[in-house]
Structures are given as structure tokens and as C-alpha cells.
Design a protein around this ligand. Structure first.
Ligand SMILES: [Zn+2]
Length: 232
């Protein structure tokens, strides 16, 4: 499978999962995958090492509450009951990190406060990265997100990591508010050698535009990818 085929496959997937012509007025709760993880518990790593200047040590607790929300039924749209386990290694299923400002650090569109990027292989998630900013410009002044805001943001992004897409139900947690209008493009990775394709994608810069604080993690992952690549 060459790089061009891979890119075409990714673009196809993006086109397929893009919100279709929803019937006017009908509430929809689309899913990327019905049951994205093939195992339980789903492991979560919260990066408290690579933190931006305005990070709050109270943020990890918002992740705990967001996990509890989904474990206790969430918005009622999951067909399974997720169980999370916090782990101390960055090769967890879900990796959560904070950056100072999404627009500055990742070049994201204005108004994007966080995103979840799942990587899909063989119809399942193999990994999901969640990146959250710690504050944004309100008018002319920069404001740090409080815990309530952060909890909402984390809960929404975790919803993506559990397979949910954006709802058009304004009262639903998966409704993309202004702060959550993130660009959500799952990466399709090859079944047999997911990490090799990930390495190629990283190399050509599709997934490699992220945060400064992420560099260390990426280097670590790169090393892992290189090891797997050499094994082949
Ligand atoms: Zn979203």
C-alpha cells in the first residue's frame, strides 16, 4: 500500500463520516463506530508532565468526572458501558494532554478548544489522542478555563473517543458548541501494520503538526514505531 493510496483512503473515510444531509429538525446522534474498543477496560493516560504555563493541577480531576459520566450511562447514546482505567504509560488507549492555546500551538481554527483524534484499524480504534487548551481569548483578554468548562470539554472529547460523533441536539454533550467546533478526522490505519502507516503519516505531516508539549511523547512513539518497523 503506497502513500498515495493511504491518503486517498483517508480522504474517503473523512468524506464518509462527514455529517450527511440531516433531515431538518430531526435530532441525530451519529457514531463513528458502534463499539470502537475491542477490549475493556479502556486505558487512559493523563499527561501531567508536559504541561503549559496556565495549566491547572485541578484539571486531571475533571477527567475523572468525565470518565465517571460515561461509565454511568453518559448521554444514553452508547450501546455499551465503558470502563476506564487510568494508567501511567503514554501508550495507553487514550492519551490526554493540555496545550496553552490551540490556535497558537496547533494552528487549529479559531474557536477550537480541543479535539480527539482516533486512529482506526480494522474497524476499531487502536488509539485516540485528546488535546485540550487551557484557555482562550475572550474579547481582548486571555482567560483560563475553569474546571466546569474543562469538565464539559473533556466529557465531549471523551465522547468522541468512545465512538460518538457530533449531535445536532443542542442539549446533548456531543453538540459542538463554539468552543468544541474541533476538526474531527479519524485516521485510518492499515490493519496489519498500523504503527508503520502511522509513522508514514507522521513523516508526511498529516498527523505531525501538534503541540510543542507533545514532541516528547511523539519522539517516544516514534521510537516505538521505528522498532516495529525494523522488526518487519
Ligand atoms: Zn466534538
Amino acid at each position: 500500500m503506497n502513500i498515495r493510496t493511504t491518503i486517498i483512503a483517508i480522504l474517503l473515510i473523512i468524506a464518509l463520516v462527514a455529517p450527511g444531509g440531516a433531515l431538518l429538525g430531526e435530532k441525530e446522534y451519529p457514531k463513528f463506530l458502534e463499539e470502537p474498543w475491542d477490549h475493556s477496560p479502556i486505558t487512559v493516560y493523563v499527561d501531567e508532565q508536559n504541561i503549559p504555563p496556565h495549566y491547572s493541577p485541578s484539571y486531571p480531576a475533571t477527567v475523572d468526572r468525565a470518565m465517571e459520566y460515561w461509565e454511568n450511562g453518559g448521554n444514553g447514546k452508547l450501546s455499551y458501558t465503558p470502563v476506564f482505567e487510568l494508567v501511567n504509560t503514554s501508550d495507553a488507549d487514550i492519551y490526554i494532554m493540555w496545550v496553552e492555546n490551540m490556535e497558537d500551538v496547533t494552528g487549529a481554527e479559531e474557536g477550537v478548544a480541543g479535539f480527539c483524534r482516533p486512529m482506526i484499524a480494522n474497524g476499531r480504534y487502536v488509539h485516540a489522542d485528546i488535546v485540550l487548551e487551557v484557555g482562550d481569548y475572550k474579547g481582548f483578554s486571555w482567560q483560563q478555563y475553569g474546571d466546569a468548562n474543562m469538565e464539559q470539554l473533556v466529557t465531549h472529547e471523551l465522547g468522541h473517543a468512545l465512538g460518538l460523533g457530533h449531535s445536532n441536539d443542542i442539549r446533548d454533550i456531543m453538540y459542538p458548541t463554539y468552543e468544541q467546533r474541533e476538526n474531527l478526522n479519524p485516521l485510518l490505519v492499515e490493519t496489519t501494520y498500523p504503527f508503520i502507516v502511522m509513522a508514514i503519516l507522521t513523516a508526511i505531516g498529516i498527523s505531525g503538526y501538534l503541540a510543542v508539549g507533545w514532541l516528547r511523547y511523539r519522539k517516544r512513539r516514534q521510537r516505538l514505531e521505528n522498532e516495529l518497523l525494523n522488526e518487519k
